[in-house]
Design a protein around this ligand. Structure first.
Ligand code: ZN
Length: 231
C-alpha cells in the first residue's frame, strides 16, 4: 500500500501496513475486525506509534476505518460502496486491458502466465486467500503493462477494496477470477488484440460482480492473533 507520509520509514509503519494489508487481502482478518494498537504492536513487536501510523495509512487506502474513541477496524464496505468499486473497475480496466494488449512484450506475457501458475499452485495448496490476492495482482500487472501510472494507482486501491468486498459478499467462491477468464485475457494480450482484451475484461468484471451476493454480509471469524500469526 502506498502513502505520502514516509516519515516513519520503509522498515517501520510501511512494513506494518503491508503485513496488515496482506492479511486483509488474504482474508485472514475479516471485515469489521477490531485492530487494537496494543495487540497489533505486541504481535509484530513494534511500538504503538508505528502501529498508529500504519493504521492511518490503511485508512487512507480505505482498508481500515478509524472510529473516534473506539479505535481502528478493518473496513466493511457497504453494498453501495461495493457496487461503486466494481463499477469504477468496469470503467477503468477494459481500457487498460486494451492498452496493455497494444504494448505487451513477450516478457510481460511470461510474467502473467507465471502469475496464473502461482494462483493455481495456491489453490492446489488449499490457500484460497493467497489465490485471491494473486488474482487481484494479475489485474494490477495488466494496468502496469498498460504503462499508465495514475490508472495503475487507482486500480491498485480498487483491487484492495475489492478484496474486502469479496470477503463480505462472496457467494460462489470458485466463480471469482476464474482462471479461464484470466487465460482468455492473457491470450488476447498475447495476440495483441486490444478490442478483444477490452471485451474480455469487461465481461470478466461483470461476471465478478454477479458472483457477489450484495445483500447478506458473511459473518466474521478468527481472532486477530490467529489471523496475523503468519503475516
Ligand atoms: Zn480477474
Amino acid at each position: 500500500m502506498t502513502s505520502d507520509s514516509a516519515q516513519t520509514g520503509s522498515g517501520g509503519s510501511d512494513a506494518v501496513a503491508s503485513r496488515l494489508a496482506l492479511a486483509i487481502h488474504e482474508h485472514r482478518i475479516q471485515p469489521g475486525a477490531k485492530l487494537s494498537e496494543d495487540e497489533v504492536g505486541e504481535i509484530f513487536g513494534v511500538s504503538r506509534t508505528l502501529v498508529r501510523a500504519a493504521l492511518q495509512q490503511l485508512a487512507h487506502d480505505r482498508l481500515v476505518t478509524l472510529k473516534r474513541n473506539r479505535g481502528a477496524f478493518v473496513a466493511q464496505p457497504s453494498v453501495r460502496e461495493a457496487r461503486e468499486v466494481f463499477e469504477a473497475r468496469a470503467l477503468l480496466e477494459p481500457r487498460t486491458a486494451r492498452s496493455a494488449a497494444e504494448r505487451a512484450t513477450g516478457a510481460d506475457i511470461t510474467r502473467l502466465q507465471r502469475h496464473i501458475d502461482e494462483e493455481h499452485a495456491a489453490l492446489a495448496d488449499g490457500d484460497p486467500g493467497r489465490a485471491l490476492r494473486l488474482s487481484g495482482q494479475f489485474h494490477i500487472e495488466i494496468a502496469a503493462i498498460a504503462d499508465q501510472e495514475t490508472l495503475r494507482e487507482f486500480i491498485t486501491q480498487l483491487v484492495a477494496r475489492s478484496s474486502l468486498i469479496i470477503a463480505l459478499y462472496w457467494q460462489r467462491r470458485t466463480a471469482l477470477c476464474e482462471s479461464h477468464a484470466h487465460h482468455a485475457l492473457l491470450k488476447a494480450l498475447e495476440d495483441g488484440d486490444g478490442s478483444r482484451a477490452e471485451e474480455m475484461m469487461k465481461g470478466h468484471l461483470l461476471d465478478l460482480i454477479s458472483s457477489l451476493d450484495l445483500r447478506n454480509p458473511a459473518p466474521p471469524a478468527r481472532s486477530l492473533r490467529e489471523a496475523l500469526a503468519r503475516a
